[in-house]
Design a protein around this ligand. Structure first.
Ligand SMILES: [Zn+2]
Ligand SMILES: [Zn+2]
Length: 207
């Protein structure tokens, strides 16, 4: 497998529906994660969801995707191009173990406006996209990747309504803003990499 990942690793053409149930979501996220992060072996990376930043020492990466929402109260469904995910990650070098925690942001139903954030349903291809971006960002942080590609495209589609900040959990938490897009490292990126043998072979530049 080549590094870094530039294209979607696998895609099932007929798989057009976003996932509806939280348990299934976990399955998809973990399955995709295991595939995308396999090249970092023998470093093992783990994924779990969280509601809060695990530690200020962890690095952070946020991304967005086209997602679907379906109100569990009234059944109203809508699409958003601002499905937000925030990842926190940390490589524990002595144990060759990496940890990723992620948070998915919800949106309120505009009809019910009941203060409840409905969970976002993610399309498998968008899960794959943001995990590939995360893989590349982690490669940049720990494995000496130089300016890996980060994909900003989204599954095609035009939401019928404008993004409503008052209904958006990410807007409420200050995570929805579109900062200038860049693939350069964030500040403080000078982490001494200890790349696993497999991850350095195809990498032209070592830090
Ligand atoms: Zn509703
Ligand atoms: Zn928002």
């Amino acid at each position: 497998m080549e590094y870094p990942i530039e294209t979607v690793l696998h895609q099932t053409p007929g798989q057009a529906s976003p996932m509806f149930y939280a348990e299934r979501m976990d399955e998809i996220w973990n399955g995709e994660f295991a595939k995308v992060f396999q090249p970092y072996l023998p470093h093992i990376w783990f994924l779990c969801s969280t509601e809060v930043c695990p530690s200020p020492r962890w690095r952070r990466f946020k991304d967005s995707a086209k997602v679907r929402f379906c109100c569990q109260t009234c059944g109203h469904g809508w699409t958003s191009m601002k499905g937000r995910v925030v990842f926190w990650y940390f490589l524990h070098i002595p144990y060759c173990e990496g940890f990723v925690q992620f948070k998915l942001y919800g949106q309120q139903c505009q009809r019910c406006n009941n203060g409840m954030f409905e969970p976002a349903m993610w399309y498998p291809e968008e899960v794959n996209k943001v995990l590939c971006n995360l893989y590349n960002r982690i490669g940049q942080t720990y494995y000496g990747f130089v300016k890996p590609p980060i994909r900003y495209d989204r599954r095609a589609g035009k939401p019928r309504t404008q993004h409503n900040a008052t209904l958006c959990q990410a807007c409420r938490d200050g995570e929805c803003d579109s900062r200038p897009r860049t693939t350069t490292p964030t500040t403080g990126a000078a982490v001494t990499p200890t790349p696993p043998p497999g991850a350095t072979k195809l990498q032209a530049v070592r830090v």
